[in-house]
Design a protein around this ligand. Structure first.
Ligand SMILES: [Zn+2]
Length: 306
C-alpha cells in the first residue's frame, strides 16, 4: 500500500513534470456558442456565427497542434456548441497562464456590400497584441486574398471585447468576414474558405512566435502551401497613381473583396493596382472576369501571379 502510494506520488509528480511546463499555451476561442448564436445566418441553410467560429477555430488550432505542437499547447475555450460566458473564457485563459489568446468571430453590417477582415485589440499600447494582429491582417491580405480592413481597437465590438480587456496575455479578436455580404457568407461557409482563413491565422501566429520566441520549427510547417506555390489568376480592375478607397461604390459594386497591391519598382506611374479574386484555374478566373466586365470595369483583365 505504502509503495503504491509512493509510486502514485511519483507518477503524479512526473506526470506533472511531463505536463509540458515548458510549452507555451495559446487559447483559441471560438466566439459565442449555445444559447448565444452571435450573428445569424442570412441565407437559408447556412450556419450561424457560433458554428462558423467553431469550425474555423478548430481548424486553426488543429494547424497549430500539427505544426507547432512540440512547443505550443492549444487550449480551446469550447470544442462544441456550448454557451460559455465571456468572464469564464477570460478566467480560464488567465488561470492556465496562457501566453496568447486568439478569439475567432464573424462580422455583420447593416450595409450588405461591406466585406473584409478585421483584427481587434484592446489598445495600441499592447505591443505584442498589436504585432500579432498586424501579422494576421497581412496574411489575410497577402496570402488569403481577403480584403483587409486593418487592425482596430475595441469600442465597436460590444461585450465581446471583454476577452481582450480582461485577459492578462496578448489577445486578439479576429473578425474573419461579413456574414451580411452574400459572397463572403458563402465563402465563410465553405470548407475551402474556412481552411484558408484558418491557415492564415496559423501562419500569422507561427511567424509571430518564430520572431518573438525561441521555438524550434519542425519540418513541414506550412499548410496550404499550394496557395503559395501554384500560380494564381487575379483580375485587375483598376490602376491608379495614388491610393483609392477600397470602400468606394465602384469597388463595392463588384461584390467581391478588392485587393490593393502597391508596386514600388514598376516602370509605370500607376503603381496602385486593384485586383479581385485569386483563382487556381484560368477558366474560373475568366468566368469571373466576364461577370466583372458586365459591370463598371469594362477594361478589367487577367493577371497571372506565380
Ligand atoms: Zn461575434
Amino acid at each position: 500500500m505504502k509503495s503504491f502510494l509512493i509510486i502514485s506520488f511519483l507518477f503524479c509528480f512526473f506526470t506533472f513534470l511531463g505536463q509540458d511546463t515548458t510549452k507555451m499555451i495559446v487559447v483559441i476561442d471560438a466566439g459565442h456558442g449555445g444559447k448565444d448564436p452571435g450573428n445569424l445566418h442570412q441565407t437559408k441553410g447556412l450556419l450561424d456565427e457560433k458554428d462558423l467560429n467553431l469550425a474555423m477555430a478548430l481548424k486553426a488550432g488543429g494547424y497549430i497542434e500539427q505544426f507547432l505542437g512540440h512547443a505550443i499547447e492549444v487550449v480551446y475555450s469550447r470544442k462544441s456548441d456550448e454557451f460559455i460566458s465571456l468572464e469564464d473564457r477570460v478566467k480560464m485563459a488567465n488561470s492556465i497562464n496562457a501566453a496568447y489568446f486568439i478569439s475567432v468571430h464573424c462580422n455583420a453590417s447593416e450595409n450588405n456590400s461591406v466585406v473584409g477582415t478585421e483584427t481587434h485589440i484592446h489598445t495600441f499600447e499592447s505591443t505584442m497584441s498589436n504585432k500579432l494582429a498586424h501579422e494576421i491582417q497581412i496574411q489575410f491580405k497577402e496570402r488569403a486574398g481577403r480584403h483587409s480592413r486593418g487592425v482596430k481597437i475595441k469600442n465597436d465590438r460590444l461585450g465581446n471585447l471583454l476577452v481582450l480587456k480582461e485577459s492578462k496575455m496578448p489577445a486578439v479578436l479576429v473578425e474573419t468576414g461579413f456574414m451580411t455580404n452574400p459572397h463572403e457568407e458563402a465563402y465563410l461557409n465553405s470548407e475551402k474558405g474556412q481552411d484558408i482563413i484558418a491557415s492564415a491565422i496559423f501562419r500569422a501566429f507561427r511567424d509571430f512566435v518564430k520572431t518573438h520566441h525561441k521555438i524550434e520549427m519542425q519540418l513541414a510547417e506550412k499548410p496550404n502551401e499550394e496557395v503559395k506555390n501554384e500560380p494564381v489568376w487575379k483580375i485587375q480592375i483598376f490602376a491608379s497613381t495614388g491610393p483609392v478607397s477600397l470602400d468606394n461604390p465602384d469597388f463595392l459594386s463588384v461584390g467581391d473583396a478588392v485587393e490593393e497591391l502597391i508596386l514600388s519598382n514598376s516602370n509605370s506611374a500607376f503603381n496602385y493596382k486593384y485586383y479581385v479574386g485569386a483563382f487556381k484555374t484560368k477558366k474560373d478566373a475568366k468566368d469571373k472576369l466576364k461577370e466583372i466586365r458586365d459591370g463598371v470595369f469594362k477594361d478589367a483583365f487577367l493577371v497571372k501571379f506565380e
